[in-house]
Design a protein around this ligand. Structure first.
Ligand SMILES: [Fe+2]
Ligand SMILES: [Fe+2]
Length: 134
């Protein structure tokens, strides 16, 4: 089952929504690769793509929080760091041929997507929107 983007995923800041949607697309691509039992050689570049895009997204998000003087920026950052570390861990496993990790990885990414967007990002979005972000 793939993730389908709809209004419920939106946090109401258009640049962030577009990036979250892109993250969802890449995670779906990984899900497809797992379901089709693709080899590590196929999964590896998609995971790399996710990691690169995620880093860009986090940098953008943190800069936006800084621009609006978001007070909880410092406590938001460790969530980002933790996820980047986790992706690196998955990458290492996939790249050493441990494709069996794929399903567990996909489940983790799905949970993360929900938690990230609907959990912690919703919190900063409310504050930034009050300050005029859109
Ligand atoms: Fe985000
Ligand atoms: Fe975030």
């Amino acid at each position: 089952m793939s993730f389908v983007w709809d209004k419920n995923w939106e946090i109401g800041i258009s640049s962030i929504d577009a990036q979250h949607r892109e993250l969802m697309d890449i995670i779906n691509k990984l899900g497809d690769a797992m379901r089709e039992r693709k080899a590590a050689e196929v999964v590896s570049p998609v995971l790399k793509e996710l990691s690169n895009y995620t880093k860009k997204h986090f940098t953008f998000e943190e800069a936006l929080m800084r621009r609006y003087g978001y007070e909880e920026l410092e406590s938001h950052k460790p969530y980002h760091k933790k996820f980047i570390d986790k992706l690196a861990e998955f990458q290492e496993k996939i790249d050493t041929g441990n494709i069996a990790i794929g399903v567990q990885m996909y489940n983790f990414l799905g949970d993360w997507l929900r938690g990230h967007i609907r959990g912690i990002d919703t919190k900063y979005a409310e504050v930034l929107k009050d300050k005029g972000a859109k």
